[in-house]
Design a protein around this ligand. Structure first.
Ligand SMILES: [Zn+2]
Length: 340
């Protein structure tokens, strides 16, 4: 049953393009050759597939190719999918397949990766959906001297989180500071991490498709409040998720990515330091509060420092400090004084 549900999802995602697909294509073995350099460098936004809903599978048909199946839906649509048997045999889902460790490639050094790796993000058989759309509260990369392996998106606990691409769940459990963590390995070799979840809906070994709900957002593990900590990694090395996803529109920025070695964080081999993340959050929250508390007064005829101090519940000395003036200074009408 689960197998069928997954197929429903796979199928839904590319109904629109299915009719254009040639059966004779061999997307699996020829990925690199099919990525021409012009296509790699030219960004072309890709809309997310629709979120999976009520449509169900009527039947799954074999094709002449053992790599492809055809799935028929009850809304008279159909699409090609890569057969799961075929995917299960591929190296991507066998090499460093570790369902216990959060990071599977710790023994793969960064300098063993090629200078540039062409990554096919979507095509007629591989779909995309944003993980969550919301305000980014912390970006990827160094922040106040701390490395951030992913980015944080504010959410409400219980909001649905979606698989970003088709793939297979490599890791799904409570993982210390990550809280409830799901790691999905995708057909293209990328791994996406979804942390601090309040609920996990998929387990290790499940095949998932882009747009499938995999869990609910939350604040488990080391976290200051409900948010999604989202990472994208290739062979264990993290890079900026905004390189591929526009988190405002939810669009994928391009169909193919030329992933360069210099895109990776030099800290990518390490766990995200959530203690540092929480500390940075607290400092920035305090700064936001202090900034929000700042208040100004525009001087009018008759205003004196003494009267303003009484009006704003402060002292003349404090007003002088805040504005770098003396208690004997003459106030000008229209002058802007900081009073808090
Ligand atoms: Zn984070």
């Amino acid at each position: 049953m689960k197998y069928i549900l997954l197929l429903v999802a796979v199928c839904l995602s590319f109904v629109a393009t299915a009719q254009d697909t040639e059966l004779t294509e061999q997307p699996d073995s020829t990925v690199v050759e099919r990525v021409d350099s012009a296509a790699v460098t030219k960004p072309m936004p890709v809309r997310p597939v629709r979120t999976l809903g009520q449509v169900s599978v009527i039947d799954t048909l074999a094709t002449e190719s053992d790599k492809l199946s055809i799935v028929l839906f009850n809304d008279n649509t159909w699409r090609y999918v890569m057969s799961e048997d075929y995917k299960a045999d591929s190296e991507v889902f066998n090499d460093h397949w570790d369902t216990v460790a959060t990071h599977a490639y710790k023994d793969v050094p960064l300098d063993s990766l090629p200078q540039a790796t062409p990554i096919l993000l979507v095509d007629s058989l591989d779909s995309y959906h944003y993980p969550y759309i919301g305000r980014i509260t912390s970006r990827y990369g160094p922040r106040r001297g701390r490395a951030h392996q992913g980015l944080d998106i504010a959410l409400k606990t219980g909001d649905p989180i979606y698989a970003t691409f088709d793939g297979k769940v490599r890791f799904s459990k409570a993982a210390g500071n990550y809280g409830n963590l799901i790691v999905i390995r995708h057909n293209n070799g990328l791994e996406t991490y979804y942390a601090h979840l309040s609920q996990r809906d998929v387990e290790v070994g499940d095949w998932v498709v882009a747009g499938q709900q995999i869990g609910l957002g939350g604040s488990t593990g080391r976290s200051t409040g409900p948010h999604l900590h989202f990472e994208v990694r290739y062979k264990g090395q993290s890079f900026d998720p905004e390189r591929i996803i526009d988190f405002k529109s939810g669009d994928l920025r391009r169909a193919e990515l030329l992933l360069k070695r210099r895109h990776f964080s030099i800290y990518a081999k390490y766990e995200q330091d959530f203690d540092a993340e929480v500390e940075v959050e607290k400092i920035e929250e305090a700064e936001r509060k202090a900034a929000a508390a700042v208040q100004y007064h525009t001087v009018r005829s008759g205003d004196t420092l003494g009267a303003l101090a009484r009006k704003y519940g402060t002292t003349v000395t404090r007003l002088c400090q805040l504005n770098g003036i003396k208690s004997t200074s003459i106030l000008r009408i229209g002058q802007r004084l900081r009073v808090r």
